[in-house]
Design a protein around this ligand. Structure first.
Ligand SMILES: CC(C)(COP(=O)([O-])OP(=O)([O-])OC[C@H]1O[C@@H](n2cnc3c(N)ncnc32)[C@H](O)[C@@H]1OP(=O)([O-])[O-])[C@@H](O)C(=O)NCCC(=O)NCCSC(=O)C[C@@](C)(O)CC(=O)[O-]
Length: 302
């Protein structure tokens, strides 16, 4: 089997990871987390979202966080913008990339962004155009590409349909998200293949939650298709507010360990990444979800 020689990791911890936290996380802590991630070698960081603070209160400090991050050249900072209101608010923070986020499940689309899939695409189209006109890159996230908490299993055809709609409005690259972590390798490969009918291999990323402990297997299955962009969350932070029971993304530390072991370059310093994970885990007052971090921290402690 020939695997990609290098992988780009997009750490979504500051956004996807923290959006579901019940306790307020101060902007200064989020800013420090972003700094520690870039110091560890992450070249793409999903920083925050410009969504309704009534829906997701934890992201209400988006402007403060974007104003406070210590930008490093060569690092791409992205933010979620569900509509023009969010996009216009995001402009002041000078994101390198905005993310419109839809779903392959009608029910999840309604719960998450209060509209149907078709309506979401209508809403995204002017956001995508405005971003491209402003020289800002555009990513599209597709939730529930394998399973949905409300609809159950999702057919790959549905994923292909949404990917085609995203492509049609000018989205430059897409995330294939297993929002509730129910996916297994063959199912995930089918969702990816349906997306690859519309986007090139360099424009598709895997976004796997680890709820059922399948995320690393699914990462390997995606690598087998040649996918080399992945989203993950430091310390395995996270969970989606509109997907009950869903745990965090696969931990970035675990993905880095897997890839390093396979001789695949990530550009990430695992020790510094573990320190970043410890920083946020200590702040949240709970142990890291990363198995690799737990093992290596125990080893460090002797
Ligand atoms: C999309 C909306 C806004 C629609 O919500 P809505 O209620 O349909 O919007 P509306 O246009 O009718 O406006 C209602 C109120 O929201 C305000 N509003 C409207 N837009 C904005 C905005 N951008 N920023 C701030 N405020 C906004 C608007 O001004 C108004 O305020 P009011 O007059 O009542 O005071 C809402 O459903 C929402 O904010 N949803 C948030 C969803 C979310 O953030 N989910 C988590 C991220 S997705 C995810 O985690 C999955 C992913 C990407 O990681 C991949 C995966 O794993 O699946």
């Amino acid at each position: 089997m020939k695997y990609p020689a290098r992988v780009k990791l997009i750490d979504v911890g500051p956004r996807d990871g923290l959006q579901n936290e019940k306790q307020p996380v101060p902007a200064a802590v989020k800013i420090e987390l972003v700094k520690r991630l870039q110091d560890a070698g992450l070249k793409e960081i999903e920083v925050t979202s410009y969504v309704s603070p009534k829906w997701v209160p934890q992201m209400a400090d988006n402007a403060e966080v974007m104003a406070g991050i210590h930008r490093q050249s060569g690092v791409l900072y992205s933010v979620l913008t569900p509509n023009l209101k969010g996009f216009e608010a995001a402009l002041a923070g000078k994101p390198d990339e905005i993310v419109v986020f839809g779903a392959a499940s009608e029910a999840f689309s309604q719960k998450n962004i209060n509209c149907s899939i078709a309506e979401s695409i209508e809403r995204f189209a002017p956001v995508v155009q405005a971003a491209l006109d402003a020289g800002i890159a555009v990513r599209g996230a597709m939730s529930c590409t394998v399973g949905c908490p409300y609809e159950g299993e999702i057919a790959p055809e549905k994923v292909g349909y949404v990917a085609g709609l995203m492509k049609g409005i000018g989205v430059q690259r897409v995330d294939v998200a297993d929002t509730i972590g129910v996916g297994t390798p063959i199912k995930v490969q089918k969702a990816l293949q349906a997306t690859l009918a519309h986007f090139g291999i360099d424009q598709v990323s895997g976004h796997f939650h680890d709820t059922y402990g399948q995320a690393l297997s699914n990462t390997l299955a995606a690598l087998e298709l040649g996918v080399w962009n992945f989203q993950s969350s430091v310390a395995g932070l996270g969970g989606c507010p509109y997907a009950k029971g869903a745990t965090g993304n696969v931990a970035t530390e675990d993905v880095v360990y897997l890839l390093q072991g396979m001789g695949i370059d990530t550009g990430v310093d695992l020790d510094k990444l573990i320190d970043a994970g410890q920083f946020i885990s200590e702040h949240l007052g709970r142990p890291t979800q990363s198995r690799v971090a737990r093992a290596l921290l125990a080893k460090r402690a002797g």
